[in-house]
Design a protein around this ligand. Structure first.
Ligand code: GDP
Ligand code: MG
Length: 166
């Protein structure tokens, strides 16, 4: 159960927080700057029988320049090469254009994609289901897992299910 896992999502959805929570130390630099990923700062989660390398993959958004276009393409290439992708959303924000752009990029690869519904500590539980329905209409996710990266809720389930794909 070892492999590479890309974490994608709009800025501020909690990608770095999730990696920090999983790794248990501050490896992913808490920053929205795309350089963080270009410097390839990854987190490695190891147990006795598995090793999961997490790739923080920001930068999948509508490009406004040729360089931006190149960076989006290389991020999408990364998505095609990993064993699984975690698409993080902020459940307190709802579905926006940024999420739609990422979903279109996810459709270009065959990698299994998990919908990770982050920040569940910020909403009422009843608000989850309508959101799930909305996202499921756009993409056939391999798994859907609600978490709070900040509070550490349901991270154990995420790791268990993820391991079964690797
Ligand atoms: P990134 O841009 O996707 O890497 O997002 P960050 O990990 O830097 O998080 C952005 C902000 O959201 C920070 O202030 C985090 O503390 C906060 N955050 C991340 N996860 C959660 C969560 O599960 N619950 C709440 N309430 N805040 C969170
Ligand atoms: Mg970050």
């Amino acid at each position: 159960h070892s492999g590479f896992v890309a974490i994608v999502g709009r800025p501020n959805v909690g990608k770095s927080t999730l990696i920090n929570e999983v790794i248990g130390q501050k490896i992913a630099i808490m920053s929205d700057k795309p350089q963080t990923t270009r410097n390839k700062i990854h987190g490695v989660y190891s147990t006795d029988n598995s090793q999961i390398v997490f790739l923080d993959t920001p930068g999948i958004h509508k490009p406004t320049s040729k360089l931006g276009d190149f960076m989006v393409k290389s991020a999408v290439n990364t998505l095609g090469e990993v064993d699984a992708a975690l698409f993080l959303i902020d459940v307190s924000e709802g579905l926006g254009g940024g999420d739609r752009f990422i979903i279109e990029a996810l459709k270009k690869v065959n990698t299994p994609v998990f919908l990770i519904m982050n920040k569940i500590d910020k909403i009422e539980p009843e608000a989850l289901l309508p959101l799930i329905v909305q996202y499921k209409n756009l993409y056939d996710f391999a798994e859907i897992i609600p978490i709070s990266a900040l509070k550490g809720n349901n991270i154990d389930t995420l790791l268990k299910v993820l391991s079964s794909y690797l």
